[in-house]
Design a protein around this ligand. Structure first.
Ligand code: ME8
Length: 519
C-alpha cells in the first residue's frame, strides 16, 4: 500500500509557553509525539506533525516586563531556544507554529466570528480569581488563603489575583449535555480512561460560561470588532491546531486532508482545556472534532517536582549529551507507561542502557554479526531447513508488527517496547541454546541457519524500533545491509533478509554506560 492509500495522520503536541526554558517534561511530550509520527510514517501514512509555542497572554507579558523587553522580543528569542531543543531531541515536526504567526491571527479571528455568529459569545463583566501561572480562572470555592495571607488555587497551588473587567463570555454552560453526549458516543475521545473520567465528572458537576477576553493588557489576538479586547490566551492557543492545517480555508488541500486531527498529545494539567473547552468551541463553530485527546502524566526528577527554585530543572540537551539521544528516547518511552506519572533518575537510566540496550540488544547484534563477518565471508548466510525452534522465534518476530500497531494506536509505547524486548530476550536464549560457535566446528549448515534466523530477528526489531531510536537503528540497519528507504518501511517487514547480502564490518551500537572518571 502506498502512502496515498493509507489514511493521512495528523498529530500535535501542546504548544509550550516560551516564558522559560524547555525541561524534561516538555522533552517527554515531544519525544512521544515524535515516536508516534515516525511510526505512522514508517507504516505508510502521510503525517502532519504540529508543534510550537504559545506566545500570548499575561504570563508572557509579565515575564517580558520583568526582563525589561517587549513580549515580542521575549518570544522571538525563546522560540529559538525551543526550536533548538526540538533539534537536539530529533523531533521531525512538519511545522513549528508560533501563535504570533500572521496566519494564526486570521484563524483565531475566524473561529471567534463563527462562535459569535452561532450566538455563543456575549459581552458582560467578569469578576473572579485568575492565576497568571495557569492562565486560568477559578471560582472562589476552589481557592484558599494560606498562612502567608496570599490566595492560591487549591488544585494547582498557584497564586490567584482578583480580576474585575468587562469581558466577552463563551456560553459553555449550553454545551454540558452536548459534551456528555460526545463522551458517551466516543468513549475514547479522551484517554487514558482514568484521566478522561476526571474530565467527565467535572462536566457532570455543571459548567459555567467562560470569560474569553481581557481588557487590562493588549498582548493577544484582537477581538474582531472590538479592539479594546484581546482574546483569552486559551482561545487562540487551542486554535493553533486549526491554523496548522490551513483554517479558515476549509477547502484547502491540507485542511481537507488532515482535519480532524487524529490525536492531540497533552499533559494532565491541561486536560480540561482540551477535552471540554476545545470540543465546545469547535461544536459552536461547526467544525469537526478531533478524534482523540491523549493525556500523559508528569515526569518528576527522582520523584520530586521539577522547579526552578529547587534547581532540579534539567535541560533536554544536557540529558542527551550525557546519555545519548536514542538512549534518552528509549528510556522515557520504555520506563513510564504513557498516561501514568513517572520518575527518572540516573540509576534507572543507566539500568535500562546497560540491560535492555547494551546486553539484550547490542550484544546479540555484535555477537551474531561478528560471527558472520568471520565465518560467512561477511555475507548473510544461506539458511538450511528451519527447525521448530527457528520457526518459533521467527514467528514471534513476525507477530511484532501487529502488536506494535495495536499498542501505538493507543499510545501505549511501553507496551510495544516490552513486546519487542521480550522477543529479543527469547532470541538471546535461542542463540545461547543453539550455540552457533559450537556448530561452527560440528555443523556449519546449522550454524548458518542459526545466524540467519538471528539476523532476521535483528532486522525486524531494528525496523520496528526506528520510531523510538532513529539513529541507532539507522546504524544497525546499515550493518545489516538494509538500504535506506523502502527496505526500512514496515511494509518491508514481511520480506525476509536476503541470503548473500554483503554486510559491512560490524561496530557496537549500544556501548555500556561508563561513569565519567572523577576529576
Ligand atoms: O500548558 N512532565 O504550556 P506549558 C510532563 N501553553 N509534561 C509536562 C511537565 C512535566 N513535568 N510539565 C509540563 C501549556 N508538561 C499551554 C498549552 S496547548 C493549546 C497550550 C507538559 O509550557 C504540559 O502538560 O505549560 C503541556 O502538555 C506541555 O508540557 C506544555 O506545557
Amino acid at each position: 500500500m502506498t502512502a496515498s492509500e493509507k489514511s493521512p495522520f495528523y498529530i500535535t503536541t501542546a504548544i509550550t509557553y516560551p516564558n522559560g526554558v524547555p525541561h524534561i517534561g516538555h522533552a517527554y511530550e515531544y519525544i512521544a509525539t515524535d515516536a508516534m509520527a515516525r511510526f505512522k510514517r514508517l507504516d505508510g501514512h502521510e503525517v502532519m506533525f504540529l508543534t510550537g509555542t504559545d506566545e500570548h497572554g499575561m504570563k508572557i507579558a509579565q515575564a517580558a516586563e520583568k526582563e525589561g523587553i517587549t513580549p515580542k522580543e521575549l518570544v522571538d528569542r525563546n522560540a529559538e531556544v525551543y526550536k533548538a531543543a526540538h533539534a537536539a531531541l530529533g523531533i521531525t515536526y512538519s511545522r513549528f507554529i508560533r501563535t504570533t504567526d500572521a496566519d494564526h491571527y486570521a484563524a483565531s479571528q475566524a473561529i471567534w466570528k463563527k462562535m459569535e455568529a452561532n450566538g455563543d459569545i456575549y459581552l458582560s463583566k467578569y469578576e473572579g480569581w485568575y492565576s497568571v501561572r495557569d492562565e486560568a480562572f477559578y471560582v472562589e470555592d476552589d481557592t484558599v488563603v494560606k498562612d502567608d495571607g496570599v490566595r492560591y488555587s487549591k488544585e494547582t497551588d498557584t497564586e490567584v489575583t482578583w480580576t474585575a473587567e468587562e469581558s466577552y463570555f463563551f456560553r459553555l454552560s449550553a454545551y454540558q449535555d452536548k459534551l456528555l453526549a460526545l463522551y458517551e458516543a466516543q468513549p475514547e475521545f479522551g484517554a487514558p480512561q482514568s484521566r478522561f473520567n476526571e474530565v467527565i465528572s467535572f462536566v457532570r458537576r455543571g459548567l459555567e460560561d467562560l470569560s474569553i477576553s481581557r481588557t487590562t493588557f493588549d498582548w493577544g489576538v484582537p477581538v474582531p470588532g472590538n479592539d479594546k479586547h484581546v482574546m483569552y490566551v486559551w482561545v487562540d492557543a487551542l486554535t493553533n491546531y486549526l491554523t496548522g492545517v490551513g483554517y479558515p480555508d476549509v477547502e484547502s488541500e491540507s485542511f481537507r486532508k488532515f482535519w480532524p486531527a487524529d490525536v492531540h498529545i497533552i499533559g494532565k494539567d491541561i486536560s480540561r482545556f482540551h477535552a471540554i473547552y476545545w470540543p465546545a468551541f469547535l461544536m459552536s463553530a461547526g467544525i469537526e472534532l478531533p478524534k482523540r485527546v491523549m493525556i500523559h502524566g508528569f515526569l518528576h526528577n527522582n520523584g520530586v517536582k521539577m522547579s526552578k527554585s529547587l534547581g532540579n530543572v534539567v535541560a533536554p540537551a544536557d540529558f542527551v549529551a550525557q546519555y545519548g539521544l536514542d538512549q534518552v528516547r528509549f528510556f522515557f518511552l520504555r520506563e513510564v507507561p504513557f498516561g501514568a506519572d513517572g520518575s527518572y533518575n540516573h540509576e534507572a537510566i543507566v539500568g535500562r542502557m546497560n540491560s535492555d540496550l547494551a546486553n539484550n540488544f547490542g550484544n546479540l547484534a555484535q555477537r551474531s554479526l561478528s560471527m558472520v563477518a568471520k565465518n560467512c565471508e561477511g555475507k548473510v548466510p544461506v539458511p538450511g531447513a528451519f527447525s521448530a525452534e527457528d520457526s518459533a522465534i521467527l514467528a514471534q518476530a513476525n507477530g511484532l508488527l501487529e502488536t506494535a500497531r495495536a499498542a501505538f494506536e493507543k499510545q501505549e509505547f511501553s507496551r510495544a517496547l516490552e513486546a519487542i524486548w521480550a522477543v529479543l530476550g527469547d532470541t538471546n536464549a535461542y542463540f545461547a541454546e543453539q550455540a552457533p560457535w559450537v556448530l561452527r566446528k560440528t555443523d556449519v549448515g546449522r550454524m548458518n541457519t542459526v545466524l540467519y534466523v538471528t539476523l532476521e530477528v535483528l532486522r525486524i526489531v531494528s525496523i520496528l524500533a526506528q520510531p523510538v531510536m532513529p539513529n541507532a537503528m539507522d546504524a544497525l540497519l546499515n550493518t545489516l545491509g538494509q538500504p535506506e528507504g523502502e527496505a526500512r518501511q514496515f511494509a518491508a517487514l514481511s520480506t525476509p533478509i536476503a541470503a548473500g547480502t554483503a554486510l559491512p564490518a560490524p561496530s557496537p551500537v549500544f556501548p555500556k554506560y561508563e561513569e565519567p572518571a572523577e576529576a
